[in-house]
Ligand binder design. Sequence first.
Ligand SMILES: NC(=O)c1ccc[n+]([C@@H]2O[C@H](COP(=O)([O-])OP(=O)(O)OC[C@H]3O[C@@H](n4cnc5c(N)ncnc54)[C@H](OP(=O)(O)O)[C@@H]3O)[C@@H](O)[C@H]2O)c1
Length: 269
Amino acid sequence: MKTANGIPLLGYGTYPLTGAECRDGVAMALDLGLRHIDTAQLYDNEKDVGQAIAKSGVKRGDIYLVTKVARDNLGRRHFSHSLEDSLAKLDVDYVDLLLIHWPPEDEDFDSAIDSLCAAQSSGLARAIGVSNFTIPLMRRAAKRASLPLINNQVEFHPLLDQSRVREEAEKLGIVLSAYSPLGRGAVLKDPAVVEVSKRLGRPPSEIALRWIVQQGVVALPMTTKTENAKSNMRIFDFELSPADMAKLTQASKQNRRLISPTGWAPKWD
Ligand SMILES: NC(=O)c1ccc[n+]([C@@H]2O[C@H](COP(=O)([O-])OP(=O)(O)OC[C@H]3O[C@@H](n4cnc5c(N)ncnc54)[C@H](OP(=O)(O)O)[C@@H]3O)[C@@H](O)[C@H]2O)c1
């Protein structure tokens, strides 16, 4: 699988799956050959993800595992304990990528970035990054960090214009990951996506995911269905023309942001 900053370009999103549904989903993804799994402390499913990985028989070294530190755990006293707790639940010695899930409170900002770097130095995380960081927050974090931040996981799909965030991330050496890459289904009905889909004879989901990875952005769709997971993996066997890429980029100017939790969300770019 192609990678960006070492991150496989297609991952398996695990929110909002918990319990048996999560274990089944992760088992299905691994069975189909997906090797990049995205979880978070907030999802309350790290234990299920860990159990599914252990049961799969896939070697730890072949899996790219990502988790995220919850906002409540970003303070100096909680960060490393919460990471140890995540590793215990996941039943692993390290994660491949550790992210700060939502931007810290201003007074916790520097210490959270320091704790993130310490997690990498101690070997508990192989690489580090952030999630839901705006351009000013990415710049501030990159300036503070003593180690490279390789990733910013943000909402990214053909209904939302994230081009400025992507350009600034690139300048900072940060690769974006696309969460809610299908806009939780909304993308599948967009007229531009549907038109390209009909013309190329590919489902709307593949058109949207292909538009994402063709920009060098990692895509993290969640699905509970084997047929959909298989389809999502077919995005590497075709290409969108420059005209079709531009058409979807134009659609993204409608700027329909879906995820913006009150109290956590920053002032978006
Ligand atoms: N960092 C953050 O703050 C943050 C926030 C939100 C999400 N995330 C991550 O991003 C992942 C994905 O985001 P999301 O779950 O919000 O939204 P999403 O992946 O855009 O949408 C999920 C929906 O798409 C459907 N779907 C998936 N593949 C499909 C296909 N090929 N054809 C038709 N429908 C398809 C799924 O239904 P079926 O199950 O029926 O296939 C599900 O209802 C999450 O699981 C999580 O890991 C991160």
